[in-house]
Each structure stands twice: as structure tokens, then as C-alpha cells.
Design a binder for this molecule. Structure first.
Ligand code: KIV
Ligand code: ZN
Length: 506
């Protein structure tokens, strides 16, 4: 178990940038550097100063802008020229770091470097010595074993080299999974071996690429095996399938109870900005930041998610969306969805609904969803208005009018038979009930409410929505609603919707 706080080393401006179709210029890198500071990463690898003049100048500029908390790092191959340029580029940072690297994997030494292991070891040690001689009091030196993931058969050589590299002055040893080829534990076991073998004051870092989609898992487990510095890129940018995605590791560690030194609330906004600036879109299903990653479509999931939506943990989601600055957890209605979703969607749209009504209108909405797929909210509310406010049946209101105070006329049809009845009582609703009773249709009203709704609903002013609860002959209670510009008319429409509704339930 690692008792040290994780230290996030961001390589978006170096490993991420080098894989972009159009690498960033100075202005763009400055903008992203600012985002990184806001997110609160502990180290920023600003570039590879030896790669081109633009990168050199950019690194120089960013180094001059850095605060005194953030390490600013320049990459250099294990050659003097690169190390000198890296030093010149970052020396004005408050906390400068030279990061030098060479491959120690047998395959790479033989076929890419085309050198004997002992010669490679010497290059590593000389590079670190040279970097150390330049960096000064406030800075430090990081050494990376490029292709550490492939150092399966020569770990004694790797450990031996690292001990000498540490002697030469490196204080951070980075173990990259330069190409992810096998299982996370294969890598993590060797990270653990390095942790055991090197002095305790040496920081062990991991830098995992995501070729098989396991960079997050490998990084998280490496942390628990003793690696403290966790290297990755925003949005998982980087060569091929990218680098470890910093957000995923940060949230995974947070969920494990680790104190993560990042402003997690900045994550979502940062991710959207990086997608825009890099031209690399976030795929819909991307963990945490994908548009669809907080959507629930199956009825069972919707039910759980809705019941726990205000809880920090919550059913069927890894985090409360607000942890990363999101507020768009979504319930989408498809043929796979259920009544809880209808209830939630209508309520969120601002309309009154009871669970009994949601159950009642679910079949009609499901039928539409079977044809269309996921239904836009507007489509669902259209069905809601049709099913709730225009209930078809044997009763048809023709006209409701006032004769005098306390006296009202109700003209209606029942199974095409016309009725014209006068009802008497204080208000229009009770007068109408009286008229219906005289006509042989007594009604029991147990609840009345006027629902205020802001704005307009389908061209009808909102303050005229009536909700009534009616007892059905079977004993249970139904809600019926009416909608009209006049409150009195809305009441009567609610009553007639209720009559048809009860008929339909018989
Ligand atoms: O993936 C890698 O090995 C690297 C090193 C330069 C650290 O990016
Ligand atoms: Zn890399």
C-alpha cells in the first residue's frame, strides 16, 4: 500500500502534443498550460526542446510563466545536445526538471538502438550525470526506462542500471509501458520490484500507454504497488491509442479513498476544451467525460439511478456527476425504458404527473419508442398531453356556461345521447358535480389542485391547469387533469377527462 500522496505528472503538452495531427503553437500551448494549472497537476512536461525551434521557444515561455508549486519539465534523449537544450529551455522555471530517457528492453537495444546493453547503460548514466551537473539546487533529474513494459527477461540488468542512474543523480525513476502489450499485473509486479530495490527517497513514476485499453488499470495498480508519480495526458491524448487518461486515474483513486491533489470539479470543462483545442473528439462512451457516459436507458437502471440521484454514491454510476463538474446525468427513454423514466422526464420538463399517470401513459410512449428509438423530451410530453388531457371515451363536453351566480349549465353527450342540465352550488366545479349527479352520473371528488406552470403550454396560459383526484368505483384513486385559459373551464375539462378515464378502467 502506498502511503504517499499521488503526484500527477501531465504530458499533454509533450506526449499528447507529439501525437496531434497539428501540434500546438506557442499561443495554444500557453492556453493549455493554464488549464493544467487550474486542474492543479503537480508537474507539467512542457515539450521536447530538442525537437524543433518552436518547441524550444514554447518551453522557454511556459517555464517563465510557471508558479512555484509546479514542476516544469523538458524531455531529452540521453544525448548531450538534447540535455543542453532541455536545460536552456526550462532553467527559468521555479522548479525545473530535465527528463532524460533511453530504452533498456532487449528488443529495442538490439534492433532500434543497435547497441550492447552495457553501452546503453553507460549512455544512461552519462546522460543523468550531465543533466545533474546543469540543473542546480531548485531542479531535479528524471530518468525513464523507455519500454520498461518489455523488460520482462532482463530485470536484473534494469535494476542494476537504475541503481547506477540514481547514484548519478536521478531522483525520479519513470517506468513507462511505452507499448501496452500484455496484462496489467505483469507490469505492476515489476514496478513493485523496482520500488523494493531502489532507495526509499527515490520517486517511482509510471507512464502507461493505452494500446489495449488498460492504462488506467495499470496506473492505479502501480500506485498501490508504490509508484507515486502518475504520468498521463488530458483526455488520454498521446501516441496511437494514447496515454493514461488523468481523469480516470484521479477518480478511481478518489473512489478508493486516496486524497487526490487535483481540482476534480475542473475535469469536465477541461475535457471539453481539450477536445476542441486538439481536434480529437471525445467518443460518446468515454468513461466519465463521454456525452453518454451518464445516460440511463434500461428501466431497471433508470429506477435505481432516479431513486439515488441525490446521493454521493448512487446506483448505476461511478460518481456523483458534480464531482467532476457535470450536471447532465440523463434518463433517455427507449423501448427498454420504464415508468420511472416517464415520471422523471415529465417532472423534469416542468409538468405535473403522478406515478399512476406515468404507469397509465407508459404503453403509448413505449409503442412510439419501439418505432422511433430514443424519444426526445418534446415527443414524450406531446404524448403526455394527449394521454392525460384529452382522454377519449363515451363522455363529451359540449358547453359549460354560467347562468347566474351559483347556477351553471352543462351540455354534454354520453354515448351520443345529449344532456343539458343545470347545476347549482357556490362554485362552477361543485355546480357541475351537482348537474352530473342530476343527470345520473354522481362523482366523488377527493382532492382538488390548481397547478401553476410558468410560461405557456401548447399555447394555453399556464395558470389554468387543474388536477383532480377521483375515486374510481373499484376503490382506487385516479388523477385527472384539465387545461384551459379559464380556470373554471379547466376544472370542468378535468372532470370530463376523469369520467372517460374511469369508464376506460371499468
Ligand atoms: O512512452 C514513453 O516511453 C515515453 C518516454 C519518453 C517517457 O514517452
Ligand atoms: Zn509516452
Amino acid at each position: 500500500m502506498n502511503t504517499r500522496k499521488p503526484f500527477f505528472f501531465d504530458s499533454t503538452l509533450r506526449d499528447g502534443n507529439q501525437a496531434l495531427k497539428k501540434p500546438w503553437n506557442l499561443k495554444e500551448k500557453e492556453f493549455i498550460f493554464d488549464l493544467l494549472l487550474k486542474l492543479g497537476v503537480q508537474a507539467v512536461e512542457v515539450g521536447f526542446p530538442g525537437s524543433c525551434d518552436m518547441d524550444f521557444e514554447t518551453c522557454q515561455k511556459l517555464a517563465s510563466l510557471a508558479n512555484d508549486k509546479t514542476v516544469v519539465c523538458g524531455l531529452a534523449r540521453a544525448v548531450e545536445r538534447d540535455i543542453n537544450l532541455a536545460y536552456d529551455a526550462i532553467k527559468n522555471a521555479k522548479k525545473p526538471r530535465i527528463h532524460t530517457f533511453i530504452a533498456l528492453a532487449p528488443f529495442n537495444m538490439k534492433y532500434v538502438l543497435q547497441k550492447e546493453p552495457d553501452d546503453v547503460k553507460k549512455l544512461a548514466i552519462d546522460a543523468v550525470k550531465h543533466a545533474k551537473s546543469l540543473i542546480g539546487e531548485n531542479g531535479d533529474v528524471q530518468f525513464s526506462v523507455e519500454h520498461f513494459g518489455d523488460c520482462i527477461d532482463n530485470m536484473p540488468f534494469v535494476i542494476d542500471t537504475l541503481k547506477e542512474v540514481v547514484e548519478a543523480g536521478a531522483t525520479t525513476i519513470n517506468l513507462p509501458n511505452t507499448v501496452e502489450r500484455t496484462n496489467p499485473m505483469n507490469f505492476v509486479k515489476r514496478v513493485s520490484q523496482v520500488v523494493q530495490e531502489l532507495p526509499e527517497n527515490i520517486i517511482i513514476a509510471v507512464h502507461c500507454h493505452n494500446d489495449l485499453g488498460m492504462a488506467t488499470a495499470t496506473t492505479v495498480e502501480s500506485y498501490f504497488a508504490g509508484a507515486t508519480q502518475l504520468e498521463g495526458c488530458l483526455n488520454g491524448l498521446g501516441e496511437r491509442a494514447g496515454n493514461m487518461n488523468i481523469y480516470e486515474v484521479a477518480v478511481a483513486l478518489h473512489n478508493c479513498g486516496v486524497d487526490v491533489p487535483l481540482n476534480l470539479k475542473e475535469i469536465y470543462e477541461t475535457a471539453l476544451t481539450i477536445a476542441e483545442k486538439s481536434g480529437v473528439p471525445i467518443y460518446e462512451k468515454a468513461p466519465l467525460i463521454g456525452l453518454d457516459s451518464l445516460a440511463h436507458r434500461s428501466g431497471i437502471h433508470q429506477d435505481g439511478a432516479i431513486k439515488t440521484k441525490d446521493m454521493e454514491k448512487g446506483a448505476y454510476r461511478p460518481i456523483h456527476p458534480s464531482l467532476i463538474g457535470r450536471d447532465d446525468e440523463k434518463v433517455g427513454f427507449t423501448s427498454q425504458s420504464g415508468k420511472t423514466a416517464i415520471y422523471e422526464i415529465i417532472k423534469t420538463a416542468g409538468y405535473p404527473i403522478t406515478m399512476e399517470e406515468a404507469i397509465r401513459i407508459t404503453p403509448a410512449i413505449k409503442e412510439a419508442a419501439e418505432k422511433v428509438g430514443e424519444l426526445p423530451t418534446r415527443y414524450i410530453t406531446d404524448i403526455y398531453f394527449k394521454e392525460v388531457f384529452k382522454i377519449k371515451g363515451p363522455f363529451e363536453l359540449i358547453k359549460f356556461s354560467k347562468i347566474t351566480d351559483g347556477k351553471f349549465r352543462v351540455e354534454f353527450k354520453h354515448n351520443n345521447k345529449k344532456y343539458n342540465v343545470v347545476g347549482e352550488d357556490n362554485g362552477p366545479l361543485s355546480a357541475c358535480l351537482n348537474a352530473l349527479s342530476k343527470a345520473g352520473f354522481p362523482q366523488k371528488l377527493i382532492h382538488y389542485e390548481q397547478v401553476a406552470i410558468d410560461g405557456e403550454i401548447k399555447g394555453v396560459s399556464a395558470d389554468a391547469m387543474t388536477g383532480l383526484k377521483r375515486e374510481v368505483p373499484t376503490g382506487h384513486v385516479v388523477t385527472c387533469r384539465g387545461l384551459h385559459t379559464s380556470t373554471a373551464q379547466a376544472n370542468i375539462l378535468a372532470l370530463f377527462n376523469g369520467l372517460n378515464l374511469i369508464e376506460g378502467l371499468k
